[in-house]
Every structure is written in structure tokens, then in C-alpha cells.
Design a protein around this ligand. Structure first.
Ligand SMILES: [Fe+2]
Ligand SMILES: [Fe+2]
Length: 265
């Protein structure tokens, strides 16, 4: 029987895009059919050993070229940025299940499902880019996304608060507005793609909220106040609003958490 941590080790330490996607889909299929072992055997490498492809070149947000959304070049740049977010999201899902051991099997199954959906998102956006005459790696991409993973590599509650419940949750706030913009441009293909991704992302944040609460309770911590503590400790400043309360509630946020996020620092 194949082992989830052996496949995770491969996906995080080999930079080949096609092989990573294939391995991710294969692992998920094995998991669904009950043919995957969750026994923790392989050693856990330091997060600094994670390998990314040489392309795209990574730049700091300040170095990223500005783009206008209503031009074809702007649209390509937008989907390239999104392809990068989805690509890093494959790593983020693999890393949370790889790094934090001795948790219930369901934890690993949940994050493997997320990894598989992120790989699907990446493939869908890449196909969309190819139709527009571009490909992933053609443009520079945002360097900062992985920083949050490195900062929270020692603490699963910090990881859950910052990655699914902060970075991915931000997608729930901003994606509906992007969908509106593409609707105005009558770009149905982009609307369809972003709607599909948004629906899956609600599920990812929900999985993050679920495990955050379960693991807080196991440690005797109050989830609402521990969320605030993690944000204060691991996030520079406070997450930017406006917040989509309706979608965040579906994704497991409490009204009290959203009220707190809405208050100025
Ligand atoms: Fe995604
Ligand atoms: Fe996601």
C-alpha cells in the first residue's frame, strides 16, 4: 500500500509541475478507494527544503509590474497571478498534512482533498491562460505566499489560523467582486472558472475552521480568542477588509470573529 507521507515528500521536494499534479490526483484517488496508508514513517524535512520550479521568477510585491484589468494583457496578468496562487496552494495543502503528524486520519484525508482541488484549479487556470496565448511561468509571480507557511511551520494552530483562515478566506471576500467584473465584460468563461473556484474555496476555509476548532478544544483553548492571538502573533497588522460575512459564516467563522476583524486595530 502506498503511503501518504511518501507521496507528500515527493510533491514538496520535486519541482516538476506535471509529476506533482499527477501524484496529487493519484494520491487522492487512492485515498478515496481506501488504498492509502496514513502511517507516519518518513522523516519530516525542514520547510526550507521545499523545492519550487525555476519559472516563474519570484518578485516582491513592490517589484511586481502594475496592470490594468480591462486589457488583454491585464487579464493574462490576473490569471497568471491566480495560477501562481493555486500552484502555491497545492504546496500549502501538502505541507500542512506532511508537517503535522499524529493527528486523526480524517485530517490527512481532508487536506489531501484540498491539495487535489488546488491541482484542479491550477490546471483549469493554466488551460485558460493557454487559450489566451500565455502559460504559467511566462510572467514573474508574487514571492510572499510561502512566507506564511514558513512562519507557521512549528504550530498547526498558527498554520490553520493564517493559511486557510486568513489567506484563503481573503479569496472569499475578493472573488465575488472579480466575478462581477468579468460579468460586466461578458466574459462567461472567466465567470464560470472563478465561480467554480470560489465554491471549492468555501470548502477549504470550512475545513480550516473545523480543524482549528477541534484542535483548539483538544488543547483546552477557546477558538475565538486563540484565533485573535494567532493573528496578532503571526500576521503583520490585521487582515484587510471588507469581509464577506455571509461566505465566511458558511466557512465556519463566528460572528464574533468577523466583528473583531472589522474593528480597527
Ligand atoms: Fe484553489
Ligand atoms: Fe484553497
Amino acid at each position: 500500500m502506498e503511503n501518504i507521507f511518501t507521496i507528500a515528500t515527493f510533491c514538496l521536494h520535486d519541482s516538476d509541475i506535471a509529476k506533482k499534479i499527477e501524484a496529487t490526483h493519484r494520491a487522492r484517488a487512492l485515498s478515496v478507494s481506501g488504498q492509502l496508508s496514513y502511517k507516519s514513517t518518513d522523516p519530516v524535512f525542514n520547510i526550507s527544503k521545499t523545492k519550487f520550479p525555476e519559472q516563474p521568477v519570484l518578485l516582491s510585491p513592490k517589484e511586481m509590474p502594475k496592470r490594468k484589468f480591462n486589457t488583454q494583457t491585464g487579464k493574462v496578468a490576473f490569471f497568471h497571478a491566480l495560477a501562481h496562487i493555486e500552484f502555491v496552494a497545492i504546496y500549502l495543502a501538502w505541507d500542512i498534512l506532511y508537517r503535522f503528524r499524529n493527528l486523526p486520519e480524517q485530517f490527512y484525508q481532508d487536506w489531501l482533498k484540498v491539495a487535489d482541488e488546488e491541482a484542479q484549479h491550477f490546471q483549469l487556470i493554466r488551460a485558460h491562460l493557454l487559450e489566451m496565448g500565455a502559460d504559467y511561468g511566462d510572467l514573474p509571480a508574487h514571492r510572499g505566499l510561502w512566507d506564511h507557511a514558513e512562519d507557521t511551520a512549528e504550530d498547526v494552530l498558527a498554520r490553520l489560523a493564517i493559511v486557510p483562515r486568513c489567506m484563503e478566506a481573503r479569496g472569499l471576500d475578493v472573488t465575488p467582486q472579480m466575478i462581477n467584473k468579468f460579468e460586466q465584460q461578458q466574459d462567461e468563461k472567466s465567470v464560470h472558472l472563478l465561480t467554480r473556484i470560489l465554491n471549492d474555496e468555501i470548502g477549504h476555509v470550512e475545513i480550516g475552521s473545523y480543524w482549528f476548532k477541534v484542535l483548539c478544544k483538544e488543547k483546552g483553548l477557546d477558538p475565538d480568542s486563540h484565533y485573535k492571538k494567532m493573528i496578532k502573533q503571526f500576521y503583520v497588522g490585521k487582515p484587510k477588509g471588507p469581509f464577506n460575512r455571509e461566505l465566511r459564516i458558511i466557512a465556519g467563522f463566528s460572528n464574533a470573529e468577523i466583528d473583531w476583524l472589522e474593528q480597527k486595530l
